[in-house]
Design a protein around this ligand. Sequence first.
Ligand code: ACM
Length: 510
Amino acid sequence: MLIMAALTSCGSRVTTVMVIPEPASVSLSGKTVAADALLSISAPSDLALEAQVLADGLSREAGMECRMASRGRVRLSIDGSMGEEEYGLKVSRHSVVLRGGSAKAVYYGVQTMLQELRSYDGCLMCGTIKDSPRYAWRGFMVDESRHFFGEEKIRQTLDMMASCKLNRFHWHLTDAPGWRIEIKSHPELTSIGSIGCHTDPEAPSAFYTQEQIRDIVAYAAERHIDVVPEIDMPGHASSATRAYPELAAGDAGSFTYNPGKPEVYSFLRDVLSEVAGLFPYEYLHIGGDEVFMGSGKWAEDPYIKALMEREDIADIKGVEAYFLRQIAPVVDSLGRKMTAWDDILELGSGKCGETLTWWRQERPDHLYQGLRDGYELILCPRLPLYFDFVQDETHTSGRRWKGGVFCPMDSVYVFPDRILDAWGDAEASQDGILGIQANLWSEVVRTMERYDFMTYPRIFALAEAAWTSADNKDFESFSKRLEPIYELMDELGIFYCDYRDISKHPEPKI
Ligand code: ACM
């Protein structure tokens, strides 16, 4: 029985609860209350959605309907004196009081209750939980250009993210293999650009219509998850230049747009305007990574040569910086904060945009420089937060750093404590660190089985790393609290990597 597992320590006061992420403070009396004693909820109208999510959970556990009532056994409220993501939960034998600083915070309290109900056979533990996150940005990225997974998988991902209080979904929607978002002003992006994937250039067209995008963004919003779209530029653009060869630096399908052509900027303005119309969240990611993979011949291109002469630009890096300086005001005019990979720090362009996703663990200087330059930083270094890296010594499909180092769940769990401990003389304040994020790149993730295997349960380690203070983290305790989540994943048919017995779910091939 899981209840017994949780009640083994600390005499009559228990200071942990079977929930991931571990809350900031827990004090339990050792008593429990069953869902069927809590089948009425009162909540103000601005918490109707949160109340319904809880009512559904209580009804499911009790096998009887939980109703809304003016004086319910469970009372939800917003408390303006609390932080935006802070909640407090007080559970007694006869009632529950859940207060939060916003609807989002109350939603998190509801998620804590739902996990408890699962962990304790339909009961809540009596006592008090006070909780708030370590980081504001708790993100997960999925690359659907290399391989396309579709609405159902993304909705399930959002459900799982919400259950562990992750709050940013970074959606990598365009890259070389395929363009995955309908843009009405440029229909060939999808009629041509969406054909193919990383493992099959002739794979059937796959993309999201604008209606589907709106539905998924709304689905995420109901779960208090903001969606950050990424439209990668000026590199990783082959799907767009295949569809519109006139935008290419070189032949159709070239890796980069042509920064020397004015029509590239009007095209990107059209694209970004439609994107901003679909994604209300204030951050918009424009990529900016690995442009060197396609800029080698820029200096020979007549349009780029003319640009360099006209603007007195000395070298290719200067052209890239020029490109960025054209795009930044477009994003700004759309009311969005421009986000890019940390590669843009190499351009000497001056500060361009607001936020950087720092991905190269071997370049801590970029992390420090980004902070010194006044960017907000999202930490998502390959080691340990690229979920396309393998997670066990015995695994053979997937990436490793320099052929060896991989990303097991405990390395995700301890992030970012070690790098913060080593901060020392970094000459940059950590205040600009918004949070952390894991990235599921999909060159080596083709099937749903493999998507699951690479994502779960590492995403729960990510959630605890992002939410729980360093002092409160304990990998052994986390591993125990994962038990009911393994059961949930079994019920949902998720093909996770089983850390309890690594041979139980064999590694699916790419
Ligand atoms: C990246 O992995 N190219 C951001």
